[in-house]
Design a protein around this ligand. Structure first.
Ligand SMILES: [Zn+2]
Length: 567
């Protein structure tokens, strides 16, 4: 059928003198699949800040691509690894297993970081997370330096590409965040990420025995260190920005040495927070771009008939959101700079591979909330921060302990979003696990700011009302990794304590500001279109698979998008 349709198209085109380049390309698979993820890019942000965008970046994608303007995740815990792996696998955490950035491993009897793996090590000495300077509390949870995708329980699109082409397809993931790279590279690809300890892009011996020569050469350039003494400055006159006269806000995080107003200094050479500050602004994305371009060139991606895959996750938007909020001059300027980074990337791919030969998809791992202080300025009063310290110290929980006759350790751990009960204690005391869960959940629901506390036993036995919220929590439930009670805060209520560093906002909720992300397919001769029908980012991996004629990832639940497949 396709050959016949193509022949007819050729005849029609010949008679009308229409160029047939795109139709001819459509018969062949693209040479490169470029999957761009912007960490925490809420779905409205590119259009909201459109006045600050140039040509060739977001504008190219929005004007020339298939733009899905109503894409939402349907799992409850909208955190980074959860979203990235959902993008990679086309399924929900209940199936791919990444229920949170960290979870309590009951066998190890400790919190564990999503991609830590004691069987492997980083290839670089001294590149492990520095517990003294790391500000990302989830990174600090890792107890070993090794990283691998072993905890991802289903296959990724990139895995399926490798299977389909018998490993002739080259597959890479790159990000500032290790979890942004490892997730999308899948089990078969190679991943590189930024070490704040060394300022280098690193990998583990899951992927390589030693670095490819070009990686060693890139790291020898010491590009991160070249930012020493420089500052993040505004690109335009302040009048060009929506928030041009609102730079200094008391609810923004005053990160040491970086400040709340422009220019934000990165610090001098040797400053132990220099590399951290690079990630809190657009420099982190610029480093990622430079590394990805070097990779594309040296690994000769997109240079033959077998499709290659490059996933790039840009992390700066997430950190800028946490520190300054989505409605800040810093966020607006960051989007302007990200737009230039994207334009640079697309121009480079066009030059090396050709955008007609490249299938591009851009999305995000989650959205982000507004800062309560900003909402208060607008008269929206209910926004607040939640004090988790209060959880285990209240009279209500004390009364519960008394009721069940237990001591201090009824709640073993709380790590967003799960409360972990002390199951050993519950067993030893011959208590009924379900009854304890239910009683604790009932008490938690009495807290101001708590929308729901959902017992895992209730999830297992389907004894909960069939609501959108309960479904999203069920989609997040994995029996071996989920905690005993899932805690949901009211909209605009969240925890802002990053292990001591007080941040402006934290995503992770099931509410629409955290589930809302852009999904744009472009390149490869796709015709521009805006689609407002609700879709989910789980559709992306099955769409890539369908487009390339590859079988879908093993646990995919998303549907191929007909506008991309041309159905
Ligand atoms: Zn994220």
């Amino acid at each position: 059928m396709k050959i016949l349709a193509f022949a007819v198209a050729l005849l029609v085109a010949a008679s009308l003198s229409i160029p047939v380049v795109q139709a001819a390309d459509a018969e062949k698979p693209p040479r490169l699949v470029l999957q761009i993820t912007v960490d925490a890019l809420r779905g409205d942000l590119p259009r909201r800040y459109a006045h600050i965008l140039g040509d060739g970046g977001f504008r190219y994608l929005m004007d020339n691509g298939i733009n899905y303007t109503n894409a939402h995740y349907r799992h409850a815990n909208t955190e980074t690894i959860v979203g990235h792996v959902s993008l990679a696998t086309g399924t929900v955490p209940a199936a791919h297993g990444m229920v949170g950035n960290v979870w309590f491993d009951r066998e190890l009897d400790r919190m564990t970081y999503n991609i830590e793996d004691p069987r492997y090590h980083l290839l670089s000495v001294g590149a492990d997370v520095d517990q003294k300077t790391e500000i990302d509390p989830t990174q600090k949870a890792a107890k070993v330096d090794g990283r691998s995708p072993a905890a991802i329980l289903s296959s990724t699109f990139s895995d399926e590409l490798a299977v389909h082409y018998g490993a002739r397809s080259k597959i890479f993931g790159v990000s500032v965040k290790d979890r942004g790279a490892v997730s999308l590279a899948g089990h078969a690809g190679k991943a590189f990420w930024f070490s704040k300890s060394t300022g280098e892009f690193v990998t583990s011996n899951y992927y390589y025995e030693k670095y490819p020569q070009w990686v060693t050469a890139w790291n020898a350039r010491k590009l991160a260190q070249s930012y020493a003494g420089e500052s993040w400055e505004l690109t335009h006159e302040s009048s060009a920005y929506l928030f041009g006269d609102a730079d200094d806000r008391e609810y923004e995080t005053d990160f040491p040495g970086f400040g709340r107003t422009f220019p934000h200094p990165y610090g001098e050479a040797g400053d132990k927070y220099l590399t951290t500050r690079l990630t809190l602004g657009p420099a982190g994305d610029e480093l990622t771009l430079d590394f990805a371009k070097t990779l594309l060139d040296n690994e000769q991606l997109g240079q033959d008939e077998v499709p290659d895959y490059l996933a790039i996750s840009f992390s700066s938007t997430d950190y800028v959101g946490h520190i300054f909020g989505a409605s800040s001059l810093e966020s607006e300027e960051n989007i302007a700079r990200l737009d230039r980074t994207l334009a640079d990337l697309l121009a480079y791919v066009d030059q090396k591979v050709g955008l007609a030969n490249t299938l591009i998809v851009l999305s995000a791992d989650h959205g982000q909330p507004e800062v309560p202080g900003h909402l208060h300025e607008l008269g929206i009063e209910d926004a607040q921060f939640f004090d988790t310290e209060a959880l285990d110290k209240t009279p209500a929980i004390a009364a519960l302990k008394k009721k069940f006759g237990v001591g201090e350790e009824l709640i073993q751990a709380y790590s967003q979003p799960y409360v972990y009960l002390n199951q050993d204690l519950i067993r030893e005391m011959d208590l009924d696990q379900a009854a304890v869960e239910l009683a604790v959940a009932e008490e938690l629901e009495k807290f101001d700011g708590v929308a729901a506390a959902v017992s895992s036993t209730a999830l297992r036995t389907s004894s909960l009302p069939d609501t959108l919220l309960m479904r999203s929590i069920l989609r997040n439930f994995h029996p071996k990794r989920s905690g005993d009670i899932y805690l949901v805060f009211e909209p605009n209520v969240f925890i802002n304590d990053f292990d001591g560093l007080i941040v402006s906002s934290t995503h992770g909720s099931p509410w629409r500001y955290d589930t809302f992300v852009p999904v744009i397919f472009a390149g490869a001769g796709l015709q521009p279109m805006t689609v407002s029908r609700e879709i989910a980012p789980y559709d992306i991996a099955p769409t890539l698979a369908g487009y390339l004629g590859v079988k879908p990832p093993s646990a995919a639940i998303g549907n191929p998008l007909p506008e991309v497949l041309g159905d």
